[in-house]
Design a protein around this ligand. Structure first.
Ligand code: NAP
Length: 322
């Protein structure tokens, strides 16, 4: 049986859940399809579930843990009537009206859900280095989540690849467990914000390998080291390590919408005039359409915009049919 909704929100990070709060308060009885806990790319709560302290979300003077913040967002939307389903969308049909959404088997004739308006808030996921042995050792010493895996590296030597805020945040967090954290960056200066840089430079457990790229991960069953290349001299060498954390940025989760929603070459959804996509009635918010700011607060702001845009669009549709 297909379940019908005025508004369906796909994704449950700050953007999706803020859209949920606003859509629920607008009495659109939104359904939030929140992702699957087993998935690294679209777990309920989004990327903040994989982070530690969020220090820059306004209103929390002492900071707040990412999962705690998301849990509060979720409860707040539920309080106004948002419903949740813990599942991954496997197919969408944006050519039909209402729109069709499938969870589970994408080949069934009838969609699992249909929606008059759709808010896409599927976020982004970690980029990988695409090294020969990276995928094989993912979960066996290669990680994209210090919060999830840091504990396994007590008193070990580990490395973090990347020069942005994520890499530095991961490195700082990992000093709680590891003896030594080496930040490996392909250039000679960090991209991370100055305050994060200062913290990392001042930390006795963090050192830096500048102008260096990782060429491969070594180890039979678990990581035993990495092979690196000095980008100035082109010389290669090996480093003994127990873990490699990859923190080189993100890619948007838009595969589901290929051929249906307009995207940039990088895969980010194109939005026009607020949060509208090229398909009337489909709105996008958060990291899935924002490669510039990518902050929890900007994602939340655009989630609010998407819900308001959807509400006004539904109202206009109703006015036209009256
Ligand atoms: P980012 O700012 O895009 O940084 C990615 C880093 O990885 C860059 O230093 C980049 O090198 C490097 N990199 C990219 N591809 C690589 C490759 N193939 N091999 C080696 N290195 C590679 O991504 P991010 O750190 O995930 O941050 C994303 C956004 O979230 C930013 O706006 C950031 O400020 C924000 N953020 C904020 C916080 C916080 O405030 N607490 C925490 C995390 C993230 P280059 O520098 O050479 O390009």
């Amino acid at each position: 049986m297909t379940e019908s909704r005025q508004t369906i929100i796909v994704g449950s990070g700050p953007a999706g859940l803020t859209a949920g709060i606003y859509a629920a308060r607008a009495q659109l009885s939104p359904l939030v399809i929140e992702g699957e806990p087993s998935s690294t790319s679209d777990q309920p709560g989004g990327q903040l579930m994989l982070t530690t302290e969020v220090e820059n979300f306004p209103g929390f003077v002492q900071g707040i843990m990412g999962p705690e913040l998301m849990s509060a967002f979720r409860e707040q939307a539920a309080r106004f009537g948002a419903d949740y389903v813990t599942a991954k969308v496997s197919r969408v049909d944006l050519s039909s009206r209402p729109f069709g959404l499938w969870v589970g088997d994408p080949d069934t004739h009838e969609p699992s859900y249909e929606a008059r308006s759709l808010i896409v808030a599927t976020g982004a996921q970690s980029l990988m280095l695409n090294l020969p042995n990276e995928e094989r050792l993912l979960g066996y010493g290669v990680s994209t989540c210090a919060t999830c895996d840091g504990f396994f590296f007590r008193e070990r030597k580990i490395a973090v690849v990347g020069g942005g805020d994520s890499a530095i945040e991961e490195a700082l967090f990992l000093t709680r467990f590891a003896d030594l954290v080496t930040v490996i960056h392909r250039r000679g200066e960090l991209r991370a914000s100055k305050v994060m840089q200062q913290r990392a430079f001042a930390h006795s457990k963090i050192n830096f390998l500048w102008n260096t790229s990782v060429v491969d991960v070594l180890g039979e069953t678990t990581v035993s080291g990495i092979r690196v290349r000095d980008n100035l001299s082109e010389e290669e060498s090996e480093l003994e390590l127990a873990g490699l954390f990859v923190a080189i940025g993100h890619q948007p989760n838009t595969a589901l919408f290929k051929g249906q929603l307009e995207m940039e070459d990088t895969g980010y959804l194109r939005t026009f005039d607020g949060t509208r996509t090229n398909v009337d009635g489909v709105f996008a918010c958060g990291d899935v359409q924002d490669h510039r700011y990518r902050q929890a607060i900007t994602a939340a702001g655009s989630g609010c915009m998407a819900a308001i845009d959807a509400e006004r669009w539904l109202e206009d549709q109703q006015a036209e049919t009256r």
